[in-house]
Design a protein around this ligand. Structure first.
Ligand SMILES: *[C@@H]1O[C@H](CO)[C@@H](O)[C@H](O)[C@H]1NC(C)=O
Length: 290
């Protein structure tokens, strides 16, 4: 009966639903995307195999779920030729959007920005959305120093391995030793003390581990490494202490010094002696002539 009047409201509603869930799809970087703290990151959201699109009939919205609630914060939106960034610096390059890439650029991402991100893409009349968990991590910086050098009175040496600026909190720090005699890394378990994590203002952590060397023999030409394992690192990272300058090494240096001076003195003396002798010879020959 209404066939001559075009699509009924019901049909329009069905069409709308189809449009919302139908042919348009977006792909994210998987379930989770791991990014580095302070990095200029790109949160992926792409229409796979997209032809060249007209950005004037497109819209993009990006949201992040607010931690501990079901609410979302709007980060960025583009539609009707206008864009707005609610998170400073957030952007979706339009030339990429026209190629079906609605990925969000976030300069200098912070730890508190981790969480569930949602991108909503409209290519009129279709709509698609994708969700991804963004994890923000930070790799530890490491530094090994001699905290307490061996002296005459105290022959114990204490080596310090300071890791800093990492996130999340779990980290493993072990110690290994390498000598020319045994060319493998030997794990050290004695004399190791690892302090509690301390939190920095930016939410990252520091942990310091100490290795006390029980005998001066141990300090002899060995290379000490602290081995750091963290979720942000593909393989554990090693930080080395250069060979410890022990007393015996210093004694060696002293004798090399004394020997060098002795050699120099003998050499100068020899030159002086030869010079004196040639002078005497010259004197003698000149007196012969006169
Ligand atoms: C963590 O380590 C960094 C680098 O060594 C240092 O600048 C910072 O003060 C440390 N933070 C704390 C809380 O000790």
């Amino acid at each position: 009966m209404a066939s001559g009047l075009g699509p009924t409201p019901l049909l329009l509603a069905v069409w709308g639903t189809l449009g919302a869930t139908g042919f348009l799809k977006v792909e994210m970087a998987g379930k989770t995307q791991v990014v580095f703290l302070n990095g200029d990151v790109t949160i992926y959201c792409k229409i796979p195999g997209s032809p060249l699109l007209d950005s004037s009939i497109m819209g993009v919205m990006w949201f992040r779920k607010i931690r501990g609630s079901e609410m979302e914060a709007r980060l960025y939106e583009y539609y009707g030729g206008h864009q707005a960034a609610f998170r400073p610096g957030a952007s979706v390059p339009l030339e990429l959007l026209e190629r079906g890439d609605a990925s969000l650029r976030l300069p200098g991402i912070q730890l508190r920005e981790a969480g569930e991100y949602r991108c909503e893409v409209v290519v009129t009349p279709q709509k698609a959305e994708g969700v991804v968990q963004v994890e923000v991590v930070a790799s530890p910086a490491g530094k090994v120093t001699l905290d307490q050098a061996p002296t005459k009175e105290n022959r114990y040496a204490r080596v310090e391995c300071k890791t800093s600026g990492f996130y999340p909190e779990p980290i493993t720090i072990t110690w290994e030793k390498w000598t020319q005699k045994a060319p493998q890394h030997l794990q050290i378990s004695e004399g190791v003390f690892t302090g509690p994590p301390v939190k920095n203002e930016d939410g990252t952590f520091n942990v310091t581990s100490y290795l006390t060397l029980k005998s001066p023999v141990e300090a002899d030409g060995a290379i000490y490494q602290c081995v750091v394992g963290h979720v942000s690192l593909h393989t554990s990272q090693r930080f080395s202490l250069p060979a410890i300058e022990t007393e015996s090494a210093m004694d060696n240096d002293f004798w090399i010094y004394v020997f060098s001076i002795a050699v120099a003195v003998v050499f100068i003396g020899l030159i002086f002696f030869l010079w004196k002798r040639s002078c005497r010879k010259t004197n003698a020959s000149s007196s012969d002539i006169s």
